[in-house]
Ligand binder design. Sequence first.
Ligand code: ADP
Ligand code: MG
Length: 449
Amino acid sequence: MEPSLVWQDCLTLIKEKVATQTFQTWFAPLKVANLEDAHLTLQVPSQFYYEWLDSHYRPIIMEAIKKTTGRNLQVQYSVVLGDAPGDETPSRLPTEDEDKNGFSRFSQLNRRYTFENFIEGAGNQFAKAAALSVSGRSPKNLFNPLVIYGGVGLGKTHLLQAIGNYAQAEEAQTHVVYVTSEKFTLDFISAIQRSRTTAFSKYYRNVDMLLVDDVQFFQKKEQTQEQFFHTFNDLYQHGRQIVMTLDRSPSDLSGLQDRLISRFQSGLIVDIHPPDLETRIAILMRKAEDEALEIPYDTTEYIAHCIKSNVRDLEGALIRLLAYSSLRNQDITLEMAQQVVQEILGKNAARTVSVDEVIKKVSAEFNIRENTLVGKGRPQDVALARQTAMYLARELTGASLVSIGLHFAGRDHSTVIHACRTIEKKMEEDPIFKARVDAIYKELANVVY
Ligand code: ADP
Ligand code: MG
């Protein structure tokens, strides 16, 4: 019997027994390694896979084998590390070995982070363009240093790593070092303890590109800052690229020497803003595709609605959905997503406002009867209230554009999009109107700021 054919038949049987999701996640990546006498050996991408498979799907696998071969073969697993989903081990690109002086000489680049899989949107476009411009070979040192700042989970580390990966892909010889400022600090302290500061500075001054993540950790660490300042100057003078990230604007940093800040300012400083709704949807769709997750569009939109300020949380939601659907052997549903979002944001934040509540509230605020607000007529003074209601429904409810439209006398989703754009624009231009809409928003969402 040809092992891979046997396994193909098994897979066909298993596919009928488990949810699509489960199949994609746990079975599709398996390969048969061997079929001998009484053993079938499956190749799995990680220890975790093996444990999960064995504890959850053993009976299903055994049954499929029995049906296919007519025998009770024993199943064995062999773990072959790879880049399969679920394998948590990041693939590193070691440039040099662990060094004798005790600090790591890995470039610490993770191949997972590339420009290619960084989704662009209004909030991060500029940062991405700047990052790209310092990673290419040609227009060197245009922006040196480049400082990228922004809130948690918005892709700073991703961009920083992408710069390094790109530079190394272009020119394998490029000596890139990625380091968090925490690690830089620890390495420095350990170098002092071992009287190896010379080796330490030599190491960091010997790179073509230095990527320092989360520079805010240098706050109040005088000696480390001193060391970093010299490293910085040395690299800068030799025309080496330096890129740093920060979790806030450099001007909001306290406890960092002025001369260091003014060095930052001699280059280019760019910020990353939270992604807008369209970008969040695009990110979710891309990640789902990468993980071979099938998520209904409504569910994607719902998650993107609820989780607004942090891409890491968006990813977290997907991972949980994946786990849920596998555990329960169910396809992903909107209800499952609601539960996951609640867990991530906490009960209050995920309080679901209904479209009807929004309509009720807006009609009271604008002093227009509900029927008129949602109706077909178009008196001038109703238009604004109606568009506001559509906008708030989109912001607050997690209902899809189509279903929002249905609440307004069956208008189609493009009308809803148009309404949202109109209101966004008006809010930008008219602070008084913005304050009014924000107030309604807060009351509906019950958010305390
Ligand atoms: P930060 O360093 O700003 O806290 P990270 O770079 O660690 O954030 O990003 C958190 C997660 O979100 C990472 O897994 C990253 O790949 C992902 N991520 C952030 N922004 C994007 C984006 N625009 N496109 C795709 N993935 C993103
Ligand atoms: Mg980071």
